[in-house]
Design a binder for this molecule. Structure first.
Ligand SMILES: [Zn+2]
Length: 264
């Protein structure tokens, strides 16, 4: 039994962050963080808010230390406990994102992910995987696509989720239905040629699990589409999928104009 516990613990620590192994917190940093934690329970709401921000700014390498502090004497104060938990969730999300992206943590994505919990068991044991595809990068250069897989439950209990993340402006779109794509349209670069229209439409269809239903595919497909129209009137790109026809339209400026699904 002890062996099992050790293994579970080792796995749990390993997935938190690599950053803190590279640069462990110094004693002075830990003391400063403990002082900040006490301010989470201050009378003044501004002081509490500022303390939360400061702890979050400490970044993923402070995640494990702060998680440990949830058991501390100070954290028996319900206000401190609640705020510290919020900070730890953000930092753990940032650490997991940093592992996938190999660069600076991305706050909007972390803020979105820390609120996600498995719909079957309620745990927050998700793993993030970036979908890398040259077709995706070329057709939708402002976006990065991710699948979020639950490591706690089987697929059928907790299906994977797909996210599109845009860095400028910062935005995260859970891709759950056609509506999310309509919201995304402001961030899709205008198309200038028939080929670009076909490629962008093909990518949109390939990364859109909701159009076909079911969990997202492990890799985005690029669907072949039939294009009509021209640069003056805009493009209409149609593909047949699961007995339905999906039409993706670009207006005369090349901007994504609409996604229409009909048939079945
Ligand atoms: Zn679960």
């Amino acid at each position: 039994m002890r062996t099992l516990c050790t293994i579970v613990f080792a796995l749990a620590s390993a997935c938190v962050t690599r950053a803190d192994e590279l640069a462990p917190l110094t004693q002075a940093e830990k003391d400063a963080l403990r002082a900040t934690i006490l301010r989470l329970g201050a009378e003044d709401a501004d002081v509490r808010g500022k303390a939360s921000d400061e702890l979050t700014a400490a970044g993923p390498r402070a995640a494990e230390f702060l998680r440990g502090e949830l058991q501390s004497e100070a954290a028996r104060d319900p206000e401190i406990q609640a705020r510290l938990q919020e900070v730890v969730l953000t930092l753990v999300a940032e650490a997991r994102i940093a592992e996938v992206l190999k660069d600076a943590p991305i706050r909007p994505l972390a803020d979105h992910l820390k609120r996600r919990s498995c719909r079957a068991c309620g745990s927050q044991d998700w793993a993030l995987r970036e979908l890398t595809s040259t077709a995706l990068a070329r057709a939708l250069p402002r976006f990065r696509f991710f699948t979020l897989d639950w490591t706690c439950c089987k697929d059928e209990d907790a299906p994977s989720e797909m996210l599109a993340f845009c860095r400028k402006p910062d935005a995260v779109f859970p891709i759950v239905n056609v509506t999310s794509f309509k919201i995304m349209r402001a961030w899709v670069d205008p198309v200038k040629t028939r080929e670009q229209a076909a490629e962008t439409a093909g990518v949109l269809l390939g990364v859109s699990p909701p159009l076909a239903g079911g969990p997202p595919p492990a890799k985005p497909r690029v669907v072949s589409v039939e294009v009509t129209g021209d640069a003056k009137s805009g493009w209409k790109c149609e593909a047949r999928e699961s007995g339905r026809t999906v039409s993706i339209q670009f207006d005369e400026r090349g901007a994504l104009f609409g996604i229409v699904v009909y048939g079945r």
